[in-house]
Design a binder for this molecule. Structure first.
Ligand SMILES: N=c1c2ncn([C@@H]3O[C@H](COP(=O)(O)OP(=O)(O)OP(=O)(O)O)[C@@H](O)[C@H]3O)c2ncn1[C@@H]1O[C@H](COP(=O)(O)O)[C@@H](O)[C@H]1O
Length: 95
């Protein structure tokens, strides 16, 4: 599944920190700590998704939802959580 593949790429970028990688930049402490940068992006993307939803613009809703999910995955990977753990959580909630 595409999300799992992107998650593996995110984990690799966090570990190897290649030049030009957005994930590597976001997850490296510099003037701001990595955790602050990641959490700020999640806040921004959540706000942008809310605004898109209120404007009722379907394409923008999809675009902003993808940004929010992506940055949430960066947070989980940065915290050493496996994608499988997220899937298990959803599995447990299944009715
Ligand atoms: N799916 C994504 C993805 N979605 C969104 N973004 C980035 O998230 C940022 C979204 O922030 P904004 O909307 O605020 O746009 P911006 O103003 O350009 O961002 P900032 O410079 O303000 O941070 C943009 O820079 C996007 O490029 C992503 N960057 C990377 N990926 C995936 O992550 C993988 C690793 O990427 P790199 O680390 O760049 O190699 C790639 O193979 C992709 O699959």
């Amino acid at each position: 599944m595409i999300l799992e593949e992107v998650y593996e790429t995110i984990k690799q970028r966090i570990k190897e920190k290649p030049e030009g990688s957005y994930v590597a930049k976001l997850t490296t402490d510099d003037k701001k700590s990595a955790i602050n940068k990641i959490c700020e992006k999640i806040g921004e993307e959540a706000t942008e998704l809310i605004l898109a939803a209120k404007d009722n613009k379907k394409d923008e809703i999809i675009y902003e939802a993808a940004d929010l999910i992506f940055h949430t995955m960066v947070l989980l990977a940065y915290k050493g959580i496996e994608f499988e753990d997220l899937l298990k959580e959803f599995e447990q909630r299944r009715k």
